[in-house]
Design a protein around this ligand. Sequence first.
Ligand code: NAD
Length: 530
Amino acid sequence: MAEPTLAASNALLKALPEFRNEPWADFSVEDNRRAMTEALAAVRAQLGREYELLIAGRRRKAARQFISINPSRPSEVVGVHQRAGEALAVEALEAATAFFPVWKKVPAEERVRMLLRAGELLRRRKFEFEAWEVFEAGKTWPEADADVSEAIDFCEYYARQMLRFAGPIPVPQFPGERDELRYIPLGVGLIIPPWNFPLAILVGMTTSALVAGNTVVLKPSSDTPTIGALFVDVLLEAGFPPEAIQFVTGSGAEVGDRLVVHPKTRFISFTGSKEVGLRINELAAKPQPGQIWIKRVVAEMGGKDAIIVDSEADLDAAVQGVLVSAYGFQGQKCSACSRAIVDQTLYEEFLERFLAKVRAITVGPADDPNNYMGPVINERAMQSILGYIEIGKQEGRLLAGGGRAPGEGYFLEPTVFADVSPRARIFQEEIFGPVLAVTPARDFDHALELANDSEYGLTGSVYSRNREKLARAAEEFHVGNLYFNRKCTGAMVGSHPFGGFNMSGTDSKAGGPDYLLQFLQAKSIGEKLG
Ligand code: NAD
């Protein structure tokens, strides 16, 4: 570890402008529309290229390959990727282990400068990355724009946060001693992001670990590996040494376990489903021969997020908030609203106004800006969601949607079930698609009880004009990210540190002031004077 330099990091921190969220593009502005149209054309011309692994600073191929596709047009190949098996995965982990002693000695200020450069490079290529998201993840223009903006935010935010931990932290001095506390990196981190925020979450998880001085093995989701590969190029262009980043594509089920149990894996940073997160947590807990630490697991998992519409709500605002939270990116956000809990005095009126809006939702290819909803991510997801819709038909009153929407892609209709009991599977299980369960509440007490009737605890929102009720919700609505009189999606880096309670995960609070501490360990040094 380089000698920590409090003065250098303070000077750099002072020189940086205060953190601000990257502004979103307004696509009603002609210039932005033109830029995005041009980016889509430029990216379309690059579809189908092959990408390689990055191990020990060298590009590598595997014996087998797989493809990522455009969920709006599944016959269209977006990228051809290497299907690494166990041997290549282990090689990657060993390479990350070998480079750790070098990387951890690079002064924090240098790592921070690299990260700021990465953010700047993303900013310059914003529309291009957004176009890749349209093609590989089925994000509509505004959803892609929000994701790329968030990725830039993570670079800017974690760069600044790292400077807080770069120098010795002042501690009370024990008489006759010089005492200090400094933060040092952990070692090799396994970075396993999901596909649903294919740039933002991958960037946040990767750069937080790297800027803290760890080396990483990054295994992107097999649905969105091209976006991961392109971001690795950004990191290299920004000056990160290639040996610090091992980029390993392949099936999570095939290589995941092997990497998780490897004795040199120091920590695992995971975002994804509850099932995989719990499996990783369990496997990581068992020490392996040669392992000399307890592995740290950061696991951010699913949600079954509720919006309470109280009797004293602004109904139009509530209808709009539930709508965008339930159907934005086809309901494929961990923060998506999948339960609307509506006071019985407003219930029928809410449904009437809500259905009028749901029926106006346009569904189709994500590259067409006239579509509010694009496709769901893949065939398996579509079949799983359709399965839940069939279950819902037994459990609730189907008011809208209920099947596929026309087109070649994995398009589903926005679906609404009313009168859903809290015992229903569609009330309790994460569906991860455009399916909303609406449940009446007798009063505010009952609404809170219903909202908390879940093993998850990620996001939630309350629409009410009554401040006492909001104060009660602040105490009693048990979620990591609670909102009042606004949607329950769209957490902003810095303002809304993100992470859930209970089975939603370890509550790591991505984009918050404590996040980097998970990839650091504190060392206390006390020296007797004289
Ligand atoms: P997933 O669990 O299927 O996959 C996540 C990642 O884990 C992928 O990269 C996958 O390849 C990998 N993986 C699969 N099996 C593995 C194994 N045995 N070992 C190691 N890695 C393995 O989840 P997904 O479909 O990519 O993402 C959707 C899920 O993510 C939803 O449940 C959603 O709620 C959750 N999510 C949570 C947050 C959050 O911050 N809490 C954010 C986004 C998404």
